[in-house]
Design a protein around this ligand. Structure first.
Ligand SMILES: [Zn+2]
Length: 497
């Protein structure tokens, strides 16, 4: 089985978001393996209209109508982007509810109808002729304020839960990425940990919930799925089997098994020992890896302890571009090549313009995220790319884009690059000591940075552990990984009965 990457909850101009559907799917295809673009469809218990809620209610209702009016064409477009083996698309629409939280439907079926219901269960009952699931998202809002109601949660219609997005991280009250959107604060009662404590069994997914047609926008969360093939059926079946996990930014690769069964499994082991394996290939320096049993750490790896440097083997080098004071797109043309080594992998950390929800003063058109972010050419010796960036949203909210090269060689391998005419040349040995920054002009400058090389001894880890006996009727094993750049992975539990 292989790991594939996707975003199955994000929005564009098919409802009250911005940007065209075609543009969103084209952007997704460049850096993801699969994607759903979600239409806002209904809000059965929408708040009453008064002066304060008028804007909110109007833009929602207009969005719902827009989706209904164009549903057949939207489905045609989504279908046209599905290419078995290359890129998979899914149908998706969303139900807000104040009382039991927001859910989005995801379906692989071309004929899926747009229907209305009072709650997720009723909706799936009406759609029983089709394959579809309902995924709760931004679950940690306060009960009654569109956070999840764990009492009405049903894993038979919701095999997976969105644990992070642009809204923030919903794992627990101590997680990085608290909620700061105007919808409110992260509430302890509505977290993932709370749901697991109550005995619910589900998988973890991440998606952006982006609202301007840039699925998978770097840093806004996405999901991994472990499946056989890059096809709708294979990916959908893996999601239903909970073989998924969430990342906040970088595509941290993981395999996590108990007694040989992958994440998402529900297995029986009785009083027998549980043989645990966690294999991690991060994209940056590992800060921390924690293995949990029943939400309590049973193994903690601190990145500070990983200080070995391999003289040969693999290294990751990140090249990040952006900054400046420009609100219009600034274009980066880059190339990099290696001597005495190979570029074995290129990770794309591409961002779109960041939009979470419409506001009264926001104006945008279909071209809002018509951004050229692309790896143009890649061979073992050379990579060429183009990307476009705007100024950072704030000092704590970057708008940069990056690529991460995985290089196989030795400390003597040479990396040579040119970005917008500014050239650099370093050995891995030099990059293990220091990174390099290059401003493009004298003031308020766009800049690129070649980061410290990360040796594989500090981004790859294989952890084996045997847990001798059961602690409860159903033991929950899960893992969380954090890199020093704050990128996290939340790995779906294995439930052991
Ligand atoms: Zn949404």
């Amino acid at each position: 089985m292989r790991l594939l990457w996707g975003d199955i909850h994000n929005h564009c101009g098919i409802t009250y978001g911005f940007g065209s559907l075609e543009n969103a799917l084209s952007a997704a295809r460049e850096h993801l393996d699969f994607c759903a673009v979600t239409g806002h469809a209904m809000w059965p218990d929408i708040p009453e209209k008064n002066n304060e809620t008028e804007f909110l209610i109007e833009f929602h209702k207009n969005g719902f109508q827009k989706l209904a009016a164009h549903w057949p064409e939207i489905k045609e477009t989504i279908k046209s982007y599905n290419k078995e083996g290359e890129f998979a698309t899914f149908y998706s629409y969303e139900m807000h509810t104040s009382g039991i939280g927001d859910y989005h439907l995801v379906s692989p079926d071309d004929d899926i109808e747009l229907l209305y219901a009072k709650n997720p269960k009723e909706l799936l009952k009406k759609l029983s002729a089709y394959r579809a699931i309902m995924i709760p998202h931004h679950i940690a809002y306060t009960p009654g304020y569109r956070g999840i109601d764990w009492n009405s949660f049903d894993s038979s219609i919701s095999p997976v839960v969105e644990v992070c997005s642009k809204h923030g991280c919903s794992m627990n009250d101590k997680s990085l990425y608290p909620y700061y959107h105007n919808m409110g604060v992260r509430d302890t009662h509505n977290t993932v940990y709370e749901g697991l404590k109550q005995g619910h069994q589900f998988g973890f997914v991440g998606s952006t919930d982006h609202h301007a047609g840039y699925p998978g926008s770097y840093g806004d969360c996405k999901m991994a799925v472990l499946c056989e093939e890059k096809t709708r059926d294979s990916i959908y079946n893996a999601i239903c089997a909970r073989r998924t996990y969430a990342v906040t930014g970088d595509k941290i690769k993981c395999n996590f098994t108990v007694n040989g069964e992958p994440f998402g499994s529900i297995i029986a082991a009785g009083n027998q020992p549980r043989v645990i394996n966690l294999n991690v290939e991060a994209c940056h320096f590992i800060d921390k890896i924690v293995l949990f049993k029943n939400l309590k750490p049973i193994k903690i790896i601190n990145g500070e302890m990983l200080d070995e440097v391999n003289p040969m083997g693999r290294y990751k080098v990140r090249i990040e571009m952006g900054w400046g004071n420009n609100t219009d797109l600034y274009t980066w043309n880059g190339s990099a090549e290696v001597e005495n080594g190979d570029i074995v992998d290129v990770e794309k950390c591409f961002r779109g313009r960041s939009v979470l929800a419409p506001s009264k003063d926001m104006k945008a058109d279909d071209s809002v995220n018509q951004i050229t972010n692309k790896v143009l050419q890649k061979s073992l010796q050379k990579v060429e790319w183009i990307c476009q960036t705007v100024k950072n949203v704030s000092t704590l909210h970057p708008s940069t884009s990056a690529i991460v090269l995985e290089i196989d060689g030795s400390v003597n391998t040479k990396l040579k690059g040119c970005i917008n005419g500014k050239c650099f040349e370093f050995t891995i040995e030099q990059l293990l000591q220091q990174g390099y920054t290059c401003p493009m002009k004298p003031y308020n400058s766009q800049t690129f940075k070649v980061y410290h090389a990360v040796p594989e001894t500090q981004y790859k880890l294989n952890i084996n552990l045997t847990d001798k006996a059961k602690s409860s009727e159903c033991d929950i094993y899960h893992a969380e990984i954090r890199q020093t750049n704050s990128s996290c992975a939340y790995i779906t539990p294995i439930y052991v009965k």
